[in-house]
Design a protein around this ligand. Sequence first.
Ligand SMILES: NC(=O)c1ccc[n+]([C@@H]2O[C@H](COP(=O)([O-])OP(=O)(O)OC[C@H]3O[C@@H](n4cnc5c(N)ncnc54)[C@H](OP(=O)(O)O)[C@@H]3O)[C@@H](O)[C@H]2O)c1
Length: 283
Amino acid sequence: MEYVTLSNGLKLPLLGYGVYQVPPDECERCVLDALEVGYRAFDTAQAYVNEAGVGAAVKKFGIPREEVFLTTKVWITNYGYDACRKSVEASLKKLDTDYIDLMLLHQPFADYYGAWRALEDLYDEGKLRSIGVSNFFPDRLVDLCSFCRIRPMVNQIELHPHHQRLEDMEWMAKYGVQVESWAPFGEGRGGLFEDPVLTGIGAKYGKSAAQVMLRWQLQKGIMLIPKSSRRERMAQNFDIFDFALSDEDMAQIAGMDKKTSSFFSHDDPRIVEMLAGWDPLPE
Ligand SMILES: NC(=O)c1ccc[n+]([C@@H]2O[C@H](COP(=O)([O-])OP(=O)(O)OC[C@H]3O[C@@H](n4cnc5c(N)ncnc54)[C@H](OP(=O)(O)O)[C@@H]3O)[C@@H](O)[C@H]2O)c1
């Protein structure tokens, strides 16, 4: 495993496992499989409604808590100082743990300043070992970095060969914010798993397009959390430490950037309306 050290000195695995769209009743099995494969970092969210499955799997696997790294995210209906604090307590319970390794604000909308102040205090109290944001475009990130007490340590954003976020990464570097990719395969949209550049590079090393995409991000120092419900793919996605892409390979992949989201943009007002009206959390 390769590791990254965040701005506060916390060391985290670069490669983890994400559980978006893993149904609550399947999550424990998936995370147990991932633990057996070797993953030690897990990314969930209040909005995924499967935090309890992650916590149950870690307990069942019987691994010392300090050998596992748990990330979760506060949803916008839990923003504002008091609601955010309360929701973090609920996440701790669901994850069955005394602390969370990385807590993110899921979206840059609603009262994220109130929520951020709650995360700062919970960080000081030791309940959160690091804090960060997700889907913050550079303008929102620079705003938050300019007026907060503790700067975000991570920004989790959509990033894959079709959407490489080079300018965003420059802003993050300027403010000491570690980049973490979501959808490191773009969920396969735009034919990424079959792309001839990626499969061609993979053929040289006996690796799949998926492994090439992950290796490319790993070599750029990006934290990544690929998702698969299938154990054999979990193992394939974990098997990226025994080869290295050449400068030429890296340049070829750099040429695939379409500089546009494969999903939607968080600064599109229609998307803001859609997310503002979405409440995935059960009462
Ligand atoms: N912060 C945010 O707003 C946000 C948004 C989206 C995602 N995320 C996080 O990022 C994680 C990853 O993103 P994601 O799940 O959206 O997309 P992803 O990891 O890019 O892609 C997952 C898809 O790829 C398939 N897949 C996985 N490995 C494969 C392989 N080796 N070969 C072929 N197909 C493969 C999976 O199918 P199978 O499961 O059938 O294998 C699934 O359909 C999420 O789980 C979540 O933790 C965060």
